[in-house]
Design a protein around this ligand. Sequence first.
Ligand code: FAD
Length: 606
Amino acid sequence: MLRRAAGAAARLGSRRHLTTSTARGGTKPYDVVVIGGGSGGIACARESASLGARVAVLDAVSPSPQGTSWGLGGTCVNVGCIPKKLMHRAARLGDAFGVLGSALGWPSVPDKAPAHDWPALSSSVTSYVRSLNFGYRSALQKEGVDYINAFGQLGPCADDGSFVVACTAPTDESDSDAEEPLPDLVASSVVVATGTRPVLPSEDDLPGVSSLAITSDDLFSLRESPGRVLVVGGGYIALECAGFLRGLGLPVTVVHRSDRFLRAFDSDASRAVVQDLTARGVQFRTGLSLSAITSEASHAGKPKMVRARNAETGEEVSLGEFDTVMFAIGRQPLSPSRFGAQNAGVETAGGRVTGGHAWPGHKLCELSSHVPESSTCPGVFAVGDVLQGSSELTPVAIQQGVRVARLLNQAGWKYGASRATEDPASATAFSLDGLDLGGLGMEVEPSQRAPPSRPTPAPWQLAVPPPVDPTLVPTAVFTPAEYACVGLSEEEAIRQYGQDGVEVVWSKFDDLEARLASQHAWRPHGEPGSLAKVVARREEPWNVLGFHLVGPEASEAIQGFAMALRAGVTLPDVASCVGVHPTLSEELVSAHVTRRSGADPTKSSC
Ligand code: FAD
């Protein structure tokens, strides 16, 4: 992670440069200013630039309460998908040192499996993430996007339809009010892509929590092993972290206020995931909310005693002593005032931008009657996690970012200030020349205003993709037994179509590795660990509503099923599809036991 001190030189350099350029060139209108350089913001900025727009992207990170900060790229790259997946892989590799490895001929002694080296993993992950930060910076520069390491705050819409975006540079002081003002930007359109951050309970509810607990924002860059870990929460981030920490050999307890995990997902699949984690040694404590964290030290690095209260009886129990307490109880955007929602009349709910507004008389709305990314203020859009109702996933943020860029392109980038007023003298006002990139010691060339020449895109590559349909978004939970799905859960399908309107075909089984391992007593016999489920309409033509798969590498299998769902696949199509043997995904096309039949879906042989 980019520690705050490491970024100081770059920011100072940036401020000097900006001041000089502004004295020379003044402010200049951009076609698009993107506030937030994560998955959605960067996708929007790059696509807009490739379509010929003048674009700036502002990105800055408010440090976590533990002081962790990072570089360009947003949550996914720095504290989300990428470090998480690498740690998941590290944990899965560890399985090879157990009974499974020795059953397959690798010399290993189950009781003396090599201890995992956390500092080595953390250091590899951090270096890789830094290389991605650098890659984004240089890609933006090459593609003609002005990147500014600053917080952006929208101002009111001017009479000519343009917006002023106030910029402030983060400082190294812990006082976040001490930000340094930079010159304002002027933009025809603004895209808000400010994402979300993990939630911690308030100090009133849990005294000491902000100094004694961490979140996923801190976990991936810990220099020392987190030791005995208490994970608080029951969503996918909680279970994924519990899974890889346990896989790396650490004692892990998960405490959750209910006994329903992965609430938005299919409950059979969720049970299979929790059962597999339990078999691997994760302790689950349910129906409890944390009531006290105490420690002799006042920071997160020392052992802590944790107590919890039973949600029903109010009785308080001790959960024991832990080295790390990690909260994964949900995510929220930063306060909307941070990006200036109130100044431009952008309405929000629960901190998220409410989307889908029609702007009568605006060209964009003629192009598309439904623009879920449009805010209440014409000319201001939102993409990614900050957009209310959006599935909080990287590919969704990217798709929305590309969509908004192409919509604006088709509308001629017409919101207020026009490109005709451009002052060529100011064209490089925000270039990155001479900056030390976040302590990496790398100098970059001045930014190139003209985007590099590219192969001419085919017409379909310029088409505006339809709004993202959340019922067709595939996703995966990267627990040791991965859970991948697309479409409706069985519960949601029944809610929409009624019990009699839904057909479920399913299978419970052990994958090849688990069968082999169970013969060697690694895994207790009992409920099989993997699950395949197809949820469909119970009427002609038996349209499939959802696919669910639990097992090793399930995430790799779901993409094709997502395509089939989008194309309107039916149960007869699925049943007549020839499987690939021996794989996990063949179970989705070979499952034939219907829930309605009441028959046991457990498969006893290959
Ligand atoms: P972000 O990527 O969060 O980017 C927003 C950026 O804006 C941040 O850099 C922020 O600091 C900056 N910012 C905020 N306010 C301002 C301001 N006023 N001015 C300037 N900059 C500002 N998704 C998947 O698809 N697959 C996964 O496996 C997956 N795993 C995840 C694991 C974890 C632990 C977490 C936390 C998330 C995971 N996600 C995953 C979700 C994914 O990371 C997010 O959906 C995605 O990053 C959202 O992108 P975004 O552009 O909306 O926001």
